[in-house]
Design a protein around this ligand. Structure first.
Ligand SMILES: Nc1ncnc2c1ncn2[C@@H]1O[C@H](COP(=O)(O)OP(=O)(O)OP(=O)(O)O)[C@@H](O)[C@H]1O
Length: 972
């Protein structure tokens, strides 16, 4: 074999090998956007070059086939056609996907087959084929004119035009359709009819709020209040709008199609989805999606038949009256035009797993298998899915398949205001409710949770009549709604005092048992038989705690669910407290702590303590069916609250006090043991370091249970033995409610701690809630917590009196110059204050001047951090003159403050005079040679300074080298 031949052979085989080797990348490049556009352009080029014939094209573009399947068919065909076609494919890819090519995928080394390129085609059809790619791009934007011309010339009918104009086609599909093929996509009228039917069914399901079902009808439009939405992985991006949920912001995994909206119970996840559904149905949002299929995991639990993806869509959402196949194929073909929502993934009986793979949309499987495959994208890849869940119920396996996670953090303070005003049409009443909230901070904190805000607004009479400050805990609020509903039953007896519970005890126990059995088996929808088994009758239903379930199919009889799942937890707790059938083992199970490695065991154990009738029920007995842990924990929180000394009088006539006493003992022992378990996990400190405790998953929950009990003795028992210097509770979902509980419990610590609450949702209300424990804190870290000047004003006026308090860090909040007068006051008053870090806020020169007033007279501050503000040269000047006489300052950071040369020269005075300064940070400050020279001069007078950081300023490489030679303590 000659050398040329050998070279030719290896180059040719190379092309074929490359198509094989790069198959996955090519497929990804063609299909990952979910749009068929790229594949179509590639086909156009290959047709034009004669590499594919028309028949090949039709074999690839089979209507209804998934995009990936078509692309695979193309690659198979090209490979079997041989080396030349492989080369042509690689070359066409370069043309079609230049950006991908530039991004690392190399299809190079191939040229077009000149013979085929030069084929002359005599007929018009051939010309159309040869010039197809150019025609496609030229026709984009002038399709309408072309269609008109074709109709006028008699070549096209209006039906042909309709096919081409099909709204869901990509621009190049529209163009290709006019010249080559009329895809067998369903005709527009049928498709539009289905879309219309789907829209009206989605609209009907979403226009009312179910919590109001038992009492009145409240339209979503009238009551919907924006909740606070944040990206889980991008704190800097601030709050999101509703449509950002499906947008690209915050994407962490481009490959994945599932967006998770997570939040606590009652934070408004279902309501948010409902709002999205309604907006879509009205054409007011998400208009990139032609179809939206809403699913409720709670209702999917009741589906015991195996279904295909197609059956799931049509049977559970909206049935197409005609042409089901075509409509489904259309959805498969255009996955990016469809949105699925799955509400309450945490309520699904099975835990997410990606083990049973299913790819075929027509293959039947159990509904949870379908759901898991849809979420992980092996089924109906490209369809965007939005699912909601409590955050703690989402495991690492699902997280791997998430495109992004969005956190729903309940109402902001202004959201509470807005909700209460919407809830009460009478503005005087709204004002009274808001006024009473302002006088009760613990209750105001609770109202950040929409479900609690709803209860408080609903029970305004009880609220206004119950006296200031008597509502402190979540249990108090739920007892209030219990009383509200029960008294609604017998209004004449409304002045009956404590007897209100006793009079309805049997009903409460029956509903309680239903709730309790359901919590143990993740059952949230109840049949008439379930109700009968627990003795719940029509009169009990009328009380309003149970509402009729919105059913997807009429084959089931009437079904019921609790107004809200937290209400079910509350009734389960009432049952645990009041029933003689529950004992120590029940309490032990609901208070069982989560092992870090444990997933579902506790649920199974809990089931074991349910009555045997429930255990044997076939739907509930599946191996992987579990009680949902977050609901068990909410139930345990309510049990703690109900067993509080404050509510003991309620039970006097309802059950033997010895039984209640016993249960109290069990609960306090569980809480104390739970805390001990945490303390045991604290590692011994490394020499020279402080003893630090990182909160484990259940720590905050235990703290909340202790708070619900409102008994100092229990709090003292549980926390008094904690011996740490630093308590770290970062990323623990701590909002105002948790702050209230933390402050209540931490007050009982024996020695001062550093409290680190970075990256939570403390806010101003939370800050106020923390005040009672400030005397036991020596430092407070509140990075990224939505805190404003208002919160700081209250915080400082408290900590100024706390002798232990010496350090505060508030980076990434919403502070402005208005807060600096308070810090200035703190610095003036406290001559033992050590560290003030206010980085990344909105402090300007004015704020720096205010701070300088305090710094002038302070002789204790060692660390001052103001990076990422906007103090400029004037601010730097003020700080410099205040700090140049400081004998305590060790570390000063003014990174990214635009201090410039003037600022640098002013700051040089600190270097010149300070006997203590060790580090000065001036990175990113637009400083040039002039400024650095001032610093160098000053450094000549100071041997204590260890480093001056000057990275990313306006200096050339040569200047940097020269200055480093002159002064080695400058860091560039
Ligand atoms: N954005 C909102 N505007 C007005 N009311 C709301 C809003 N969000 C929630 N609510 C009220 O709070 C109740 C509970 O909200 P929702 O059921 O949406 O919470 P959730 O986060 O889905 O709870 P869970 O995780 O327990 O299912 C609603 O029924 C409604 O009364």
């Amino acid at each position: 074999m000659s050398l040329e031949m050998e070279a030719g052979l290896s180059e040719s085989t190379l092309a074929q090998e490359r198509v094989l080797e790069q198959r996955t990348e090519i497929l990804h490049a063609l299909c990952s956007s979910g749009s068929a556009e790229r594949l179509e352009r590639l086909l156009d080029v290959l047709l034009a070059r004669g590499e594919l014939v028309w028949e090949d094209y039709q074999n690839i573009q089979v209507p209804g086939r998934a995009l990936y399947a078509s692309a695979r068919q193309l690659l198979d065909l090209v490979y079997t056609k041989g080396v030349d076609t492989c080369e042509a494919l690689l070359s066409a890819l370069k043309q079609v996907l230049p950006e991908v090519h530039g991004g690392g995928l190399s299809f190079s080394g191939c040229c077009m087959n000149p013979e085929k390129e030069g084929v002359s085609r005599s007929t018009a059809t051939q010309t159309l084929l040869t010039h197809r790619p150019d025609l496609v791009s030229e026709l984009q934007g002038c399709i309408e004119g072309t269609l008109d011309a074709l109709v006028v010339s008699g070549n096209f009918t209006s039906g042909d035009c309709g096919d081409v104009r099909l709204p869901t086609r990509t621009p190049s599909q529209q163009t290709s359709g006019s010249s080559l093929t009329k895809d067998k996509v369903s005709p527009p009228e049928e498709f539009l009819k289905y879309q219309k039917k789907l829209r009206s069914s989605v609209s009907a399901q979403s226009c009312f709020l179910s919590t109001y079902g038992g009492i009145s009808h409240m339209s979503l439009d009238d009551i919907y209040t924006e909740g606070q939405l944040e990206l889980a992985h991008d704190c800097a991006n601030g709050l999101l709008g509703l449509e950002d949920i499906v947008g690209t912001a915050g994407t962490v995994n481009e490959e994945a199609d599932t967006v998770l909206v997570s939040g606590e119970a009652g934070s408004g996840k279902s309501t948010l989805l409902q709002k999205l559904h309604l907006l879509w149905a009205r054409g007011a949002a998400l208009q990139d999606f032609l179809f939206l299929f809403p699913f409720s995991c709670r209702r999917l639990n009741s589906e015991h038949m195996e279904l295909s993806a197609q059956e799931l869509l049509f049977q559970h959402c909206c049935w197409p009256d005609r042409e089901q196949e075509e409509i489904f194929q259309f959805i498969l073909d255009h996955p990016h035009l469809t949105l699925f929502t799955f509400d309450g993934l945490d309520e699904l009986k099975q835990r997410f797993s990606d083990e049973n793979r299913l790819c075929c949309p027509t293959q039947r499987a159990p509904v949870h298998t379908l759901l898991f495959n849809l979420l992980q994208g092996s089924l109906m890849k490209g369809v965007l899915k939005v699912t909601t869940s409590r955050s703690e119920a989402v495991g690492p396996v699902l997280r791997r398949h998430l495109r992004k996670e969005v956190l729903l953090k309940g109402f902001s303070p202004s959201g509470i205001d807005c909700f209460v005003k919407k809830h009460h049409s009478d503005p005087t009443m709204a004002a009274k409710v808001l006024e009473s909230l302002q006088t009760n901070n613990a209750l105001l904190g609770l109202c950040h949770s929409p479900v609690l805000c709803w209860i408080v607004s609903q029970c305004h009479k009880e609220l206004l009549g119950c006296g200031e400050g008597s509502l402190q805990t979540i249990t108090d609020v739920y007892l209030m709604i219990l009383q509200h509903f029960l008294q609604h039953q017998s209004p004449l007896k409304s002045a009956m005092g404590l007897g209100w519970l006793h009079d309805h005890l049997q009903s409460v126990l029956h509903i309680g048992q239903l709730a309790f059995d359901g919590i143990g088996t993740s059952c949230y929808i109840f049949s008439s038989t379930d109700l009968k088994t627990c003795g719940v009758d029509e009169k009990d239903i009328c009380m309003g705690f149970l509402i009729q379930s919105k059913e997807m199919s009429s084959t089931h009889g009437k079904r019921y669910e609790f107004l809200h799942v937290t209400m079910q937890c509350f009734f389960a707790a009432l049952y645990i407290v009041l029933s003689s059938d529950t004992d120590r083992s029940t309490i032990l199970k609901i208070f069982e702590l989560r092992d870090m490695r444990e997933t579902s065991q506790s649920g199974k154990c809990f089931r074991a303590c349910l009555p045997s009738t429930i255990q044997q029920e076939p739907i509930l007995a599946g191996e992987d069916t579990v009680a949902e842990r977050p609901n068990l924990q909410i139930t345990a929180t309510f049990v703690s609250g109900l067993l509080s000394q404050r509510h003991r009088s309620l039970w006097v006539d309802c059950c033997p006090s010895a039984m209640i006493e016993k249960k109290i003992k069990h609960v306090s022992r569980c809480l104390s043991k739970g805390m001990q378990k945490h303390f045991k996990s604290i590692p011994q400190p490394v020499a020279g370091e402080k003893k630090s405790m990182h909160a484990m998953p259940d720590f905050v929950w235990l703290i909340k249970c202790i708070y619900e009990m409102q008994e100092s003795r229990i709090a003292q028992n549980a926390i008094g033995k904690l011996d740490v210097d630093h308590l770290k509770l970062t990323y623990c979902n701590i909002g105002p409610v948790e702050c209230t509980a933390l402050a209540y419990v931490l007050q009982h610590l024996r020695k001062p701690v550093g409290l680190q609450l970075d990256n939570n949702s403390v806010g101003d209300v939370g800050v106020e809630q923390l005040l009672p424990c400030m005397h036991i804190c020596n430092s407070l870290y509140l990075r990224n917590n939505n805190i404003t000047d208002q919160g700081i004003c209250k915080l400082i006026s408290k900590v100024i009196q706390c002798d232990n308090f010496q350090k505060i860090a508030l980076f990434n909040n919403k502070l402005t110059d208005a807060c600096t007068q308070h810090f200035s006051h703190l610095l003036k008053t406290r001559q033992d204050f050590l560290s003030l870090r206010l980085g990344n806020n909105n402090i300007t020169a004015e704020g720096a001047k205010q701070l300088a007033e305090g710094l002038k007279v302070n002789q204790s501050l060692r660390f001052l951090g103001l990076w990422g503000n906007k103090i400029g040269d004037a601010g730097a000047d003020a700080l410099a003159s205040a700090l140049q006489n400081s004998k305590s300052l060790l570390w000063l950071s003014l990174v990214g403050n635009g201090v410039g040369n003037a600022g640098a020269c002013a700051l040089a005075n600190i270097i010149k005079n300070s006997p203590s300064l060790e580090e000065l940070w001036l990175t990113e400050n637009c400083i040039t040679r002039t400024g650095v020279e001032c610093l160098i001069q000053a450094l000549k007078h100071n041997i204590h300074v260890k480093s001056v950081w000057l990275r990313n300023n306006d200096l050339s490489l040569g200047e940097v080298q020269e200055m480093t030679q002159l002064e080695s303590r400058l860091v560039f």
